[in-house]
Design a protein around this ligand. Structure first.
Ligand SMILES: [Zn+2]
Length: 84
């Protein structure tokens, strides 16, 4: 293998890697979009097994969930919701 061959192989390998990187990025974007869609259609929201507020997406106080297992909002957002 001479220098030109080696350069050609190197270029091909780098181009292939760039294409792979680009594909991986597109897959990530697509996966993020799908996750968004799932969240919208799955209230009450849960993140890593923790119930999160429907409005602010912060974890709901476990004591609140214990007292009101059907809570879909944190105390603050529930108050805002009820005052509307
Ligand atoms: Zn909230």
């Amino acid at each position: 293998m001479d220098v030109v061959d080696r350069a050609c192989h190197l270029e091909t390998a780098q181009r292939q890697q760039a294409i792979d990187n680009q594909r991986a990025r597109q897959n990530d974007k697509q996966r993020a979009k799908q996750n968004d869609r799932q969240c919208v259609h799955k209230p009450p929201l849960e993140r890593a097994g923790v119930r999160v507020c429907l409005d602010c997406h912060n974890p709901i106080n476990p004591a609140r969930l214990c007292a009101l297992p059907q809570s879909v909002r944190c105390v603050e957002c529930q108050q805002i919701y009820e005052s509307q």
